[in-house]
Design a protein around this ligand. Structure first.
Ligand SMILES: NC(=O)N[C@@H](CC(=O)O)C(=O)O
Ligand SMILES: [Zn+2]
Ligand SMILES: [Zn+2]
Length: 425
């Protein structure tokens, strides 16, 4: 016996919403048609709502092992499916760092136990993310990593990155980079270096600290023939470099976070509330415009949340001392739908593709599309439902979001992973 999801509306190639039924059996999409007879199957009525391929997020921080007060794999995976995400790739800046087969296995086991979103761990590029010694890429690949990254910090040594690109390419693994040249980042800086940091008399984080690594790495990726992916792109110069790299035939891809698309440094309140503190920082209004342009012209491939939960106590330490990072899984779709699709900046299909099909394509995942024979990962989204963002309702332990109180439409109401209903809100 399978499940029939009846009465949902699916996007077709032309971007129109068409009413279709979906038959799911043994975790797989068996059949999609205008109408499928119940014939003994369990029926779920989608009530005319939008049925999307399950959302994919290639950049989340789940904090386990080591920082379980911020988030665990179970709470992170529950947060993911509440936000409509069926597959998430979790970052290795845990303690221990995900630099060994044992830690990869621990995460895969915890994710399996949680039984919510599919969680695929990144392995670190360097041992303990210290930038001194490469990890055993072949062993990590064998253990089931998503890709390699030292997210949280940049790989400072060009020689180390050059060698990483060579080894990863030989094994068919992507290199994913947090781009930050530490020498260009003043101690204690928290805001983008610009008018707003000046106004507050604070040292700033220059765009160059990101763009220098983006440029360097695109050259290295070109040499190695690597797939190189830039994390949380934030500066207009970085967008230009990625655009040029693509034109030159380098296999460079990039992601942007909802907060960098929606906010800029001018939006940071004068009291310097730490819910506006993340790395990279909110940059200028022109940077934000360049990110939107890059998203539209395909320079920026995907949207990823960089979900980065921290405790209330840590975030209460003030702009200079609080940790960088905001949560994002449970607000991404409604925020982007409301502020980009309903405003006419993006079509629904463009937004959904950046959160499903495209991340699957660039990382070779068998998900991201509603097609017969594909794993049954899908999300029912109520495009009419309107409500305010309320962090107290999050499944995540993290409550640190600058979007509290924002009224949005487009809330995920039902999430299915591998044919199992894992969220029904
Ligand atoms: N983005 C952030 O502000 N913080 C991330 C680290 C990172 O993504 O670089 C974290 O781990 O908290
Ligand atoms: Zn990062
Ligand atoms: Zn991150």
């Amino acid at each position: 016996m399978g499940i029939i999801l009846q009465n949902g509306k699916l996007l077709n190639q032309a971007g129109e919403l068409i009413k279709q039924d979906i038959l799911i059996e043994d975790g797989v999409i068996l059949h999609i048609a205008d109408q499928i007879e119940a014939a003994g199957h369990e029926v779920i009525d989608a009530g005319g709502k939008f049925v999307s391929p399950g959302l994919i997020d290639v950049h989340v921080h789940f904090r386990e092992p080591g920082f379980e007060a911020k988030e665990t794999i179970a709470t992170g995976a529950a947060s993911a499916v509440r936000g409509g995400f069926t597959t998430v790739a979790c970052m290795p800046n845990t303690r221990p760092v995900i630099d060994s087969v044992e830690t990869v296995e621990l995460i895969l086991n915890k994710a399996e136990e949680a039984g919510k979103a599919r969680v695929i761990p990144y392995g670190s590029i360097t041992v303990r993310e210290l930038g001194k010694e490469l990890t055993d890429f072949a062993a990590l690949k064998e253990a089931g990593i998503f890709a390699l990254t030292d997210d949280g910090v940049g790989v400072q040594s060009s020689a180390m990155m050059r060698e990483a690109m060579k080894q990863a390419t030989a094994l068919g693994i992507s290199i994913v980079a947090h781009c930050e040249d530490e020498e260009l980042v003043p101690a204690g800086s928290a805001l983008h270096e610009g008018e707003v940091s000046k106004k507050h008399g604070l040292p700033g984080i220059p765009s160059l600290s990101e763009s220098i690594h983006v440029g360097r790495d695109i050259l290295l990726a070109g040499e190695a023939g690597a797939h190189y992916h830039v994390c949380h792109i934030s500066a207009k110069e970085s967008v230009r470099l990625v655009r040029d790299g693509k034109r030159a035939g380098v296999n460079v891809t990039t992601e942007v976070s909802p907060h960098h698309l929606l906010l800029c440094d001018e939006d940071i309140p004068d009291n310097l509330d730490t819910r506006w503190k993340m790395n990279p920082p909110l940059r200028s209004r022109e940077d934000r415009a360049a990110l939107i342009a890059g998203l539209k012209d395909g320079t920026i491939d995907v949207i990823a949340t960089d979900h980065a939960p921290h405790t209330e106590e840590e975030k209460a330490k003030g702009m200079e001392r609080a940790p960088f990072g905001i949560v994002g899984l449970e607000t991404a779709f409604p925020l982007l739908y409301t502020h980009f699709v309903l405003t006419g900046e993006l079509t629904l299909k463009e937004l959904v593709d950046k959160m499903t099909k495209r991340p699957a394509e660039i990382f070779n995942l068998p998900y991201g599309e509603l097609k017969e024979g594909k794993p049954a990962d899908l999300t029912v989204i109520d495009l009419e439902k309107e409500q305010a963002i309320n962090p107290d309702e999050f499944a995540s332990k993290g409550r640190n979001t600058p979007f509290f109180g924002w009224v949005c439409k487009g809330w995920p109401v039902l999430t299915i992973v591998n044919g199992q209903v894992v969220y029904n809100g």
